[in-house]
Design a protein around this ligand. Structure first.
Ligand code: GLN
Length: 208
């Protein structure tokens, strides 16, 4: 299994470190051709507008959109969640437009724009997940088809999944809790076992 982490800006080093701890081949992605052999992609935290600008310069927007539509599992954390969403309620900006949800960027204002909280995320396990929020977004509206994975105690949605797209408003890559990464890797490996012909095709291309 090979998972790429978009490495234009933001928390890509931390994500790569966690994937490697889980024994997965993880590579930084900067150029479109590096997407070709991936089984999964992580879009890290950072600054979504800067990341978007760099994605445009590097010619990554269309290839990522197409690969997502062809069934590549993608996980966006924080700025990555902003980029996955179809719409942003409080900023005029382009996104990848992949998940049917409306996001509010920098949702916690400037006074308390960073905080930590222990969250219930039943799908990653019973034990609470220590979540770090840094100038974080929230999901204002999740359309049908988007499954809500976690909410803050005030009800705001902070983790969601739509088929093979996963998003969270916080930074699991800044903790030593590997459970969210494991959850994403399970999505990737399930998708691989649903499409064994992809592996056979690659094998025959390699002449094995
Ligand atoms: N505020 C940033 C944005 O909207 C996200 C911050 C983060 O990724 N920690 O792009």
């Amino acid at each position: 299994m090979k998972v790429g982490v978009l490495a234009l800006q933001g928390t890509f080093i931390e994500h790569i470190g966690m994937l490697r701890q889980l024994g997965v081949e993880a590579s930084p992605i900067r150029l479109p051709h590096e997407l070709d052999t991936l089984d999964g992609l992580i879009i890290p935290g950072g600054e979504s507008t800067t990341m978007l600008r760099l994605m445009k310069s590097f010619g990554l927007i269309q290839p990522i959109r197409e690969m997502a539509r062809d069934g590549l599992p993608i996980w966006g954390t924080c700025a990555g969640m902003v980029l996955l969403a179809k719409s942003i309620s409080n900023y005029e900006m382009e996104t990848l437009g992949l998940m049917d949800m409306k996001i509010r960027r920098n949702a916690f204002g400037s006074q308390i724009d960073s905080f930590e909280v222990d969250l219930e995320i039943p799908l990653v396990g019973e034990e609470l997940f220590h979540a770090i929020f840094i100038r974080a977004p929230i999901v204002k509206e999740a359309k049908p088809g988007v499954k809500i994975l976690s909410r803050l105690p005030d009800g705001n949605i902070v983790a969601a999944r739509q088929n093979l797209l996963l998003a969270c408003a916080f930074h699991p890559e800044f903790t030593d809790d590997l459970r969210f990464h494991s959850y994403f890797l399970n999505m990737v490996s399930q998708e691989l076992s649903n499409n064994p012909e992809d592996g056979i095709l690659q094998g025959s291309q390699l002449g094995s």
